[in-house]
Each structure stands twice: as C-alpha cells, then as structure tokens.
Design a protein around this ligand. Structure first.
Ligand SMILES: Cc1cc2nc3c(=O)[nH]c(=O)nc-3n(C[C@H](O)[C@H](O)[C@H](O)COP(=O)(O)O)c2cc1C
Length: 368
C-alpha cells in the first residue's frame, strides 16, 4: 500500500515536472540556449520515468478488445503523443548547438517549434483524458480539455514567435562570425547594398535599454542581421559595401512600433528618402534586405527605383523570420528598372550568425 502511494506521488511529481519543463522550454528567449538544451534532456529523462511508472497504461494500448469511445480517443492521443515526442527528440538534437552539435541533418527550427507545440497540446489532452474518464462531469471536463488544447496551441504558435520577435538578443563574436574562406570573382567586383534597422532607428544610447527589441550584439555593438551578411560577403570578396540610410525620420526603437510604422509605409506605398547610392560603376549588385510584411522594406524600394539597373545582375538575399522571400522577388522585379534579377538566398534570422560558409559557397558558385 505504502509502495503504491509513493509510486503515485512520484508519478504526480514527474508529470508536474514534465508540464513545467515544456512550458519553460517555450520561453527559450529568456532562459537561453544552454538551459533550453539541458531542460530538453531533463524532459526526456522524466518521460522515461513516466513510461516506467505508467507502463500498464501503455501496455493497454495493445489490448485490442472493445473499448469505450473515450478510451479509444485517449489511445489515439497517446499514440500521436508518443510519435510526436520521438520526432521531437530527433529534431531537438538536430537544432542543438551545444550538446549535440554534430547531429545537424534533422535541424529545422520551424519543425522543432511545431513539434514542441504539438507535444504540449497533446500532453494537455492526454492528461485531461485521465480526468475525463474518471469524472462524472463529462461536459465540463471536455470543455476544459478543449480550452487547454487551444491555449497550448496559442502558446506555441503565437506567444513563442511574439516573444522571439520582441525579446530576443543574440550575442555573437564578430570576427568569428564574419571570417571564412575567401572567394575569387571574375571581373568587376559586385557592390553589396544592405538595409537594416540598425542605423535607421532611434535606438537609445544604452544598449541594455533596447535589449528587449529583437537585436543582435556583435562584441557588445548593435548590428543588423543584413549588415552581418553584408560583412560576410565583404570578408569573402573584399568588395564595396553600402548601407541604405534614411535621411528623414527614423524608425522607432520599439520592435512593435517599427512593425506598425513599416505596415503603414507599405499600405501608403511610401518611398522614404535615403542617402543616394550610385550603382553605375558596377555590373553586379547584391541586395541584402530583411523581409518586412512579406516584401522588401520601403527604403530599399527607394534605392531600387532610384537607380538604373540596365545590363546589371541583381542578386537578392533576404533575411526573414519564417516567410522565405514572401512576394519580394516579384515586387523587386517591378522596382529595379532593367535589372536581371536573380534570387540568391533566403536566410532564417536565427541561422544568420552561422551562415558564413553557405554565403562563401554561394559566392564561389556564382563567380565561376
Ligand atoms: C517591420 C518588420 C516587419 C517584418 N515582417 C516580416 C515578415 O513579413 N516575414 C518574416 O519572415 N519576417 C519579418 N520580419 C522579421 C525580419 O525579416 C527579420 O527579423 C530580419 O532578420 C531582420 O533583419 P535586420 O536585423 O537586418 O533588420 C519583420 C521585421 C520587421 C522589423
């Protein structure tokens, strides 16, 4: 009896721990990578304990007699949950940067986030079904399960991206991120033009004051994602690099306000004024831009429309938070008069600090 009681208590502790870990994993932005990876391993250790304690329930999956509908539903949820957890385990190692750095082929951040969301939502239903089967108040239990399921999906698909956008600060070592193999270029070297928030935003002087604004710090200096990509190209080719710089009103320091301001600019089809960039001495231009509202930021549109690209190749590198190129390529084709527009790369913002090798390989390919 005593043994049964302590097993039950241990089971409850492990379950609470697992739900807590899953939720804490969702606020990755605040815990940081190493804590996230250690907690991930902790989750799978708890899972092993959970399976040992609840092994009878797991075995009941393979008892094929007639079962009530609620049991059948519970079984389906358990199977889906097990599958999602197994794939999550593989994908977690794939995106690991510290503990499993050699296991990269399963490394999709998007897949990892979707799987984690599925595991959280299915865990809520899995736990809720225990209560549903036991309680007499079935309707109330079903409503609570549905609310829990919807809340878990909202946490994974809305809260996590929101926190990432607004609070993430990535710290990098500038020379490590930028330096790599050099690439040869046949003929007139390209001009790299980039647009980024840094330099075009009224950030407060104190970096700590803006650390809640989805930014990158290179050796404690603010740096934009596209600026880093431009620096990587410069390291590989030793070519000219120019920043698109607003001459008028800058963007607000808050990320959310910048998103609103950029949305208004797009709606009004504004062309904010910028310092003149002359591309006439170049045969090739590489434009590095962040995707804003699924297209190119309006200051980059000013740059494109303010130049004659006749006879020039225009390569496009987009930095983005999940939307690929959006409609930017088609839009740029209508803006860059005469250009031979070539899509080059669309890089997910988290992958940018580690993209020097890919950029070098791409430059070698196009300069052949
Ligand atoms: C105003 C604004 C709008 C954005 N819109 C999108 C979008 O539609 N799709 C997307 O994947 N990312 C979007 N993002 C995320 C940026 O493309 C991404 O964070 C990029 O790496 C930022 O580059 P930067 O640091 O050089 O400015 C947006 C960011 C901002 C500031």
């Amino acid at each position: 009896m005593e043994k049964h009681k302590s097993k039950k208590t241990l089971g409850i502790i492990i379950d609470v721990l697992m739900y807590t870990i899953l939720l804490v994993q969702m606020i990755y932005v605040f815990t940081g990578n190493i804590v996230h990876e250690i907690l991930g391993i902790g989750f799978f250790i708890c899972l092993a304990g959970h399976i040992v304690i609840k092994r009878k329930q797991l075995a009941s999956l393979f008892r094929f007699g007639k079962k009530p509908a609620s049991r059948q539903f519970s079984d389906i949820v358990m199977i889906l949950l097990l599958l999602a957890i197994i794939v999550l385990m593989v994908s977690s190692m794939g995106v690991s940067r510290t503990i499993f750095p050699w296991f990269r082929y399963a490394g999709s951040v998007d897949l990892h986030v979707y799987l984690a969301t599925a595991v959280l939502a299915l865990s809520v239903v899995h736990g809720g079904m225990h209560g549903y089967i036991r309680t007499k108040k079935k309707k109330r239990a079903a409503v609570l399960i549905a609310i829990g399921f919807a809340a878990a999906i909202a946490v994974g698909l809305a809260l996590v991206p929101y926190l990432n956008r607004h609070f993430k600060v990535v710290k990098i070592n500038y020379s490590e991120a930028v330096s790599g193999e050099k690439a040869d270029w046949n003929g007139n070297k390209p001009l790299v033009v980039y647009f980024t928030r840094v330099g075009n935003t009224d950030f407060e002087a104190d970096v700590d004051a803006v650390s809640g604004a989805s930014l990158m710090l290179a050796d404690d200096e603010l740096i934009g994602n596209t600026q880093l990509i431009a620096a990587m190209i410069n390291d590989a080719l030793d070519c000219d690099v120019k920043a698109i710089t607003l001459t008028g009103k800058k963007y607000p320091s808050s990320y959310g306000d910048t998103v609103s301001a950029a949305g208004k600019e797009l709606k009004n089809n504004d062309r904010p004024e910028i310092e003149k960039i002359d591309v006439s001495g170049y045969d090739t231009v590489i434009l590095v831009y962040p995707l804003w509202w699924g297209t190119v930021p309006m200051p980059a549109a000013t740059f494109l429309e303010g130049n004659d690209f006749t006879g020039k190749k225009l390569y496009l590198i987009a930095a983005q938070g999940s939307s690929g190129y959006g409609s930017s390529i088609e839009d740029i084709k209508t803006m860059a008069n005469g250009a031979e527009v070539q899509e080059a790369m669309s890089i997910y913002c988290d992958d940018i600090p580690a993209s020097r090798q890919d950029i070098g390989d791409w430059l070698k390919k196009i300069s052949e």
